[in-house]
Design a protein around this ligand. Structure first.
Ligand SMILES: [Zn+2]
Length: 307
């Protein structure tokens, strides 16, 4: 990979992927590829891929091989801050486990975006003490993902065929048949009846609270228990955001790949990666250079040592 024609200080947006598969799709979202950074501090362990989306120079990085959780995410962000001193904010990308519930029609293949309000940053660390306050925030939007993005990525990224059949939401207390590879033998009477979407080709984007922690939630009862603790406001679970939110302004964008229960499988993962990346690209194309000028560079906000 060649060095970028632009200096590190000319990059204003960070894009952090959790998994390597997500990083590959992220790179495909670039309108122009720039290559690697001109220089990186010695202690920087991130691998970067630089390029342009819309009017913005974007520095992309990925958590290193198989690492997950808030600690590794904080280290990636800290390295990024040191290396690209003009970055204004980052997009924290990846998949997440949806938390459907009353008034929350979240489905696999949808996108959840952290939406700050009141005392909440849009992210709660559910495995770290108790949070107080009121967190009834939810907005919803529709986004018709330009199909060309997804087509260009290849067949494995489109919505799974007969998606209606595969999008199965079980009642929270109805666990998966132990050891079974698929849900074919799971009790169909335990499915939560849901109406088909009016416009199945349009994604639903949900804005609100994302719950972040170091443990994967894959139990329906546990999902509901944590959600209740936060007044049923949680839209999805993920594992990195809490490592960044206090020190690194970022927007968390998660594609829903499962329902955080024991029926969790990988069928929707590629689709979830594709839709969240397409949404992020669309979002960056809507932000003008003048919108960025009002934001201070992260490097000046605070310095934070990862733990
Ligand atoms: Zn199952």
């Amino acid at each position: 990979m060649n060095p970028s024609p632009y200096s590190n200080d000319q990059y204003t947006i960070g894009w952090i992927s959790a998994l390597n598969e997500e990083f590959m799709v992220a790179m495909a979202m670039l309108d122009e590829e720039h290559g690697r950074p001109q220089s990186t501090p010695q202690e920087n362990t991130n691998i970067y891929h630089l390029g342009r989306i819309g009017d913005h120079n974007v520095a992309m990085a990925c958590l290193s091989g198989g690492q997950m959780g808030t600690g590794p995410a904080a280290i990636v962000a800290e390295n990024m801050r040191r290396t690209f001193k003009s970055i204004r904010f980052a997009l924290l990308m990846g998949v997440g486990g949806g938390v459907p519930g009353k008034g929350k029609d979240i489905r696999v293949g949808d996108v959840v975006v952290s939406y700050p309000s009141g005392t909440y940053t849009g992210v709660v660390q559910y495995d770290y003490g108790k949070l107080k306050g009121n967190c009834h925030i939810q907005r919803k939007d529709w986004f018709s993902a330009p199909p060309s993005f997804i087509d260009e990525l290849g067949e494995e990224y489109i919505y799974p065929e007969a998606s209606e059949a595969l999008d199965r939401l079980y009642q929270a207390d109805q666990g998966h048949v132990p050891e079974a590879e698929t849900c074919d033998s799971c009790n169909t009477h335990a499915l939560v009846p849901r109406k088909p979407r009016k416009f199945p080709s349009k994604l639903c984007i949900h804005y609100g609270i994302i719950a972040s922690g170091n443990v994967v939630v894959k139990d329906g009862t546990e999902r509901e228990r944590i959600d209740q603790r936060y007044e049923n406001s949680i839209l999805c679970f993920e594992m990195e955001a809490a490592g960044l939110m206090n020190n690194f302004p970022c927007l968390v964008i998660r594609g829903m790949s499962d329902y955080s229960d024991s029926h969790k499988n990988d069928q929707w993962q590629n689709c979830a990666i594709a839709v969240s990346s397409a949404y992020a690209k669309e979002l960056l194309s809507l932000i003008g250079p003048s919108d960025m000028e009002v934001l201070p560079p992260i490097a000046r906000i605070s310095s934070h040592k990862p733990h």
